[in-house]
Ligand binder design. Structure first.
Ligand code: HEM
Ligand code: HEM
Ligand code: FE2
Length: 456
């Protein structure tokens, strides 16, 4: 690293890794329950394991975003962070919030609002952490006097993500009203402002890894962000089909959300062309894998598999089934888990000692096992989901009878998820294998003989 304060990113990434591992434990527990009698029914029923699984996901991905921002902003603004102390206080508060929320879920302490189950005190702490974070980053940029478009897009994404969390603090008695506003947070996060965050990291990585021209990359970043907004905002209506709101949302949701994949095609092409132009000169090939992988897997998971059920005529049958889980896994993984791992793999040779910059064998196994495993998991959810929709929604078979018929697909889910979890296990092992580096980078401590010009 070029700035001492960038080392705070290490601890954010370390926390993210631990929570990622824990997320998978609860994912596997949730999947196992589909296979037969549940010995843990009275202690850890499905609703509890699933809430913990999805909340850990959101918390670790956000922790990763914060760490990656603390890594990236000093590089972009060419300055130390405003305050490392604040960054550590923020992390401490954040961890206490996350851990106590999980313990609370074990005792059914939560709001029951899907993905936003955090109780009010926890939500307030989340807001405080975001404010500390944005203040720290804002002050860093202000003091440095250098503000790039790439970090502008990232910051706008992070600040908007904080603002869009505010509707989640309110409580509505009426379920339709509650669900209506819930999507202002969830949909506008994942199909709006989080894509700006992903776009910011992607541009940073592509500029650094491919040496692509900053001006060209940033111009395209504007185009992609513009496309996300044109389609994403009114695309919210693809969640308004069956929730008790007026019927005019059906054509609006169908039309605008069907345009959303255009931005994702743009993003994948943007990444691919940047790589091709560069001739793949940067030594950190593993980070290139994760970066390009994120752009392509997003196109698959969010673009293609989102499009697959976004029209009202299809969603009428598939809403809330395992088809949703199919898309939710592939999209979340490609867009947000992979981009966080891309940032980690890029930063790690500079954050730790004795690590080869090209990425070692374990790193490549971690990448390919995760990719193969997640692809298999997506297919397992898809086959189970198609069966479920047909038997339950079209033939009218009861929910539980249907579950028995599709049980076989959960064997495949557990098998492929085990491959995926092995990949994640290797990634985590690889992360902690090397000790943390504290000194700033000089030519002598560069991990390989890579020419310094790659670090723009
Ligand atoms: C990175 C981007 C995306 C992520 C992370 C993502 C993730 C998710 C998740 C987690 C859900 C379940 C939400 C819930 O029920 O609470 C969901 C639902 C949905 N997504 Fe996405 N999504 C993304 C992009 C897209 C795109 C681009 C489309 C359409 C082209 C799309 C279409 C849908 C639809 C129609 C549903 C509702 C499913 C239902 O009715 O049960 N998504 N998405
Ligand atoms: C060992 C790996 C994993 C297993 C076995 C697993 C299993 C499951 C299961 C069984 C569910 C409940 C589905 C239902 O409601 O019926 C679920 C939900 C979910 N998981 Fe995972 N999961 C794993 C990893 C992941 C990863 C890596 C991500 C994201 C990067 C993820 C994101 C989600 C999301 C967003 C939901 C909610 C989907 C919805 O609302 O329909 N999971 N998972
Ligand atoms: Fe959506």
């Amino acid at each position: 690293m070029r700035y001492q304060s960038q080392s705070v990113a290490y601890w954010y990434f370390a926390v993210a890794m631990v929570l990622f591992g824990l997320q998978l434990v609860f994912g596997l527990l949730s999947a196992a329950k589909y296979l037969g009698p549940d010995p843990l029914l009275n202690i850890l029923p499905f609703d509890v394991t699933k809430v913990i699984h999805t909340n850990l996901l959101i918390v670790w991905v956000l922790t990763g975003f914060m760490g990656a921002t603390y890594w990236m902003v000093p590089d972009e603004s060419r300055s130390e962070l405003h305050s490392t102390k604040l960054a550590y206080i923020q992390l401490g508060l954040w961890v206490v919030m996350g851990v106590s929320a999980i313990i609370g879920y074990l005792f059914r302490y939560g709001t029951g609002n899907k993905l936003l189950e955090q109780p009010l005190p926890h939500k307030i702490v989340i807001v405080i952490c975001m404010l500390i974070f944005l203040y720290n980053i804002g002050m860093t940029i202000k003091k440095s006097g250098r503000f790039t478009t790439t970090e502008g897009v990232l910051l706008l994404g992070l600040a908007s993500a904080a603002v869009l969390y505010l509707p989640a603090l309110l409580h509505y008695e009426n379920y339709t009203v509650s669900i209506y506003y819930r999507w202002w947070t969830i949909h506008l996060w994942v199909e709006g402002v989080w894509e700006m965050i992903q776009g910011g990291f992607l541009a940073y990585l592509l500029i650094r890894l491919s040496g692509a021209d900053r001006e060209v990359m940033e111009k395209w970043l504007y185009v992609i962000v513009g496309l996300v907004f044109i389609a994403g905002i009114l695309g919210t209506a693809h969640h308004y089909y069956w929730v008790g709101v007026p019927g005019y949302w059906l054509p609006i949701g169908g039309f605008f959300s069907a345009l959303e994949p255009v931005a994702l095609v743009g993003m994948a092409m943007y990444a691919y062309y940047a790589m091709r132009r560069s001739g793949l000169a940067h030594p950190n090939k593993l980070a290139l894998h994760w970066t390009l992988g994120s752009a392509v897997f997003t196109l698959f998971g969010a673009g293609l598999l989102g499009f697959a059920h976004t029209f009202p005529s299809v969603n009428k049958w598939t809403h809330g089934t395992l088809i949703t889980a199919m898309h939710g896994h592939a999209a979340f993984y490609g867009a947000y888990a992979m981009i966080v791992m891309a940032m980690i793999v890029y930063a790690l040779p500079l954050l730790t000692r004795g690590r080869e910059e090209e990425g070692g064998t374990i790193g490549y196994w971690a990448f390919w096992l995760q990719l193969a495993g997640m692809f298999g998991m997506t297919l397992s959810f898809a086959t189970a989901g198609i069966g479920q929709v047909y038997l339950e929604r079209i033939l009218g078979m009861g929910y539980l009878d249907t579950q028995l018929k599709i049980q076989i697909h959960f064997l495949m889910l557990v098998a492929t998820a085990s491959i995926f979890a092995t990949g994640v296990g290797l990634f985590i092992y690889d992360f902690f294998r090397h000790p943390r580096r504290v000194e700033v980078e000089t030519d002598e401590v560069r991990p390989t003989s890579a020419p310094a010009r790659h670090v723009l």
